[in-house]
Design a protein around this ligand. Structure first.
Ligand SMILES: [Zn+2]
Length: 493
């Protein structure tokens, strides 16, 4: 059995001739099949001349007639299917991917191959590369390389590495992925990368800043909370106005005193998906040296019903002075985010602030696991996010951010209530956060020129995939890491 193989994404109508000494076109034509060749239909040829094994995977019927974004996704699916077919073969070590053939850029096969190879397991046999107790990382089962090296391929590797990192951070159980462990892992991932500074703040620091809504969530657990900041200065002017990312980092969400039902609660190890995705996207942005300044902040804590836990009806004063009635301790995401958003928007005065959060069950009902819900004060920011999401097939859907939902979150005893009832539950959560985004455009548009653009991404639906796709297995998805990187790359170019 050979230890090396080729992957060829193949247009059934115009087969690639990129592989030297292998007449794939001729061989492919001999494969019996029906009239249609669905994307991802993979044939493995043994004893092909240039290498022993070649996986030819269809790009689907009428590939060449499809438009750009659709083609991009077909390339990912085709390569992902080939990787799935190859990764079960024993002894295979190295896979050369045909990433050179027009019209697809090398970034797509690189992304798809590395995402499709991803496998999360904490079983001891075989040892997992993610086992935090192992001193040395386990090398991946397959090494991928392109026929010709290129910047696009390397970019694809960085995108996929970051998305896989976010998947791992989200999959790791809460006893391993505590706020402290999250910060340690972030520091290790960023070690040696230029223009990056990392600050790990503690609860005393948060108290000194008046972050009482954040701290109200930390009271029910003995696990120390952390407030992680990652500063990346890649712009030519080091004092240029930054972008800010804010990510919800609940490393386990039991619901607190408003305890969740037991069934499915273990998924709440992934309630730090906002933090995982913004930190992972920041890693790729810094690795790729994108010419922007970026500040990423993530409030990290568990939400547990310990004896000092916040109780329904408690009222706390947020960092911006607003009083918040905690009607339901399971609506804790907006509590940790409110202080984090206010802090990032006042301390760093970013031109754009994007927060990402596994925030509401309501967005799961509205959009399922296909689209991430986006709420934004800026049409321009929405358009850019939308474009980036389509490019990466990591898609967004714009949701209404309207003050008309306000009465649902006004409290009779405080400025705001942290629940707004079931109707429009994702919309009311977004409106709650808006009260803490400092410097956004006023209702009368008077500060339109200088206003901070803000978008809130509710990823509670897209955090987890229940149906596998050719390059994304079931489980935590690490979305929208690629869309965030692509958005920043679009800004930079
Ligand atoms: Zn919750």
């Amino acid at each position: 059995m050979s230890t090396s193989a080729f992957i060829v994404p193949i247009d059934p109508k115009a087969p690639s001739t990129a592989i030297p000494n292998v007449d794939i076109a001729k061989t492919w034509a001999t494969v019996p099949r029906g009239e249609k060749v669905d994307v991802g239909t993979t044939s493995i040829f043994y004893d092909t001349p240039a290498t022993k094994i070649t996986a030819a995977s269809s790009l689907g019927d009428n590939f060449s007639a499809k438009k750009g974004e659709v083609k991009r996704e077909l390339v990912r699916k085709s390569v992902g299917s080939a990787v799935k077919a190859l990764k079960v073969l024993n002894g295979l070590k190295e896979v050369t991917v045909d990433a050179s053939a027009d019209p697809h850029a090398a970034v797509l096969p690189a992304v798809a191959a590395h995402l499709a190879l991803y496998d999360f397991s904490l079983k001891t046999n075989p040892p997992s590369p993610f086992n935090p107790n192992l001193k040395k990382p386990i090398p991946p089962k397959l090494e991928f390389k392109p026929i010709e090296s290129s910047k696009e391929w390397d970019r694809g590797v960085a995108y996929a590495y970051s998305q896989n990192l976010a998947r791992t951070l989200m999959e790791l159980p809460a006893n391993m992925m505590t706020p402290t462990a999250f910060c340690e892992r972030a520091k290790a991932e960023f070690a040696g990368i230029e223009n990056v500074e990392i600050f790990v703040r503690d609860e005393d620091w948060a108290a000194s800043k008046g972050m009482n809504t954040f701290l109200s969530v930390t009271h029910g657990t003995n696990e120390p909370a952390k407030f992680l900041e990652i500063h990346y200065k890649g712009a030519s002017q080091k004092d240029a106005q930054p972008i800010a990312f804010v990510g919800k980092g609940i490393t386990f969400d039991s619901g607190g005193i408003s305890l969740k039902p037991g069934e499915g609660m273990k998924l709440m190890r992934g309630d730090m998906g906002g933090a995982a995705t913004v930190v992972s996207a920041t890693l790729a942005i810094a690795k790729l040296k994108l010419p922007v300044n970026l500040v990423t902040v993530t409030p990290l804590t568990e939400n547990l019903p310990g004896p000092s836990a916040t109780k329904p009806g408690d009222i706390v004063y947020a960092m911006n002075g607003k009083s918040v009635e905690v009607d339901n301790t399971d609506a804790e995401g907006r509590l940790v985010l409110s202080d984090a958003i206010y802090y990032a928007s006042t301390e760093y005065k970013p031109h754009t602030l994007i927060d990402v959060a596994t925030l509401t069950g309501a967005i799961v009902i509205a959009l399922g696991e296909i689209f991430t819900g986006v709420y934004s004060t800026s049409d321009e920011l929405w358009e850019k996010l939308h474009t980036a999401g389509e490019q990466e097939f990591d898609r967004f859907w714009r949701m209404p951010l309207s003050e008309d939902y306000g009465p649902q979150i006004y409290s009779s005893n405080a400025d705001l209530c942290n629940t707004g009832g079931r109707p429009g539950g994702s919309c009311t959560a977004a409106l709650f956060l808006k009260a803490f985004a400092h410097g956004i455009e006023a209702e009368d548009g008077s500060n339109a020129e200088t206003a901070m653009k803000w978008a809130h991404l509710d990823i509670a639906g897209t955090m987890d995939a229940t149906r596998p796709t050719p390059y994304q297995e079931k489980g935590m998805t690490g979305r929208p890491v690629r869309a965030l990187i692509e958005y920043v790359r679009g800004l930079a170019s």
